[in-house]
Design a protein around this ligand. Structure first.
Ligand SMILES: [Zn+2]
Length: 87
């Protein structure tokens, strides 16, 4: 059995890296679920209620719901480097 070693290089000078940006859209929490209805609070976009890493960061400052109730949008952002230059 061969041991396979995976080395992850962390390079801060990598210019062609792509990053994934996650933003949270409208709130989809059903506030009328307990009465058998459907009503959302109308919050259009998640705003963190506190700093990243704290408990408040995952609750919306606008409507107070947990971040998971908000629609998750993932955008892959390609940082522009020298990819378009001629070879
Ligand atoms: Zn909400």
């Amino acid at each position: 059995m061969k041991k396979r070693q995976v080395v992850v290089k962390k390079s801060s000078s990598n210019r062609t890296s792509s990053s994934v940006r996650v933003r949270y859209g409208e709130c989809q929490k059903n506030h009328a679920a307990n009465i058998g209805g459907y009503a959302v609070d109308g919050c259009r976009e998640f705003m963190a209620g506190g700093e990243e890493g704290t408990a408040a960061a995952v609750s919306c400052a606008a409507c107070g719901c947990h971040r998971s109730f908000h629609r998750r949008e993932v955008n892959e952002v390609m940082s522009e480097g020298s990819a378009t230059s001629g070879v």
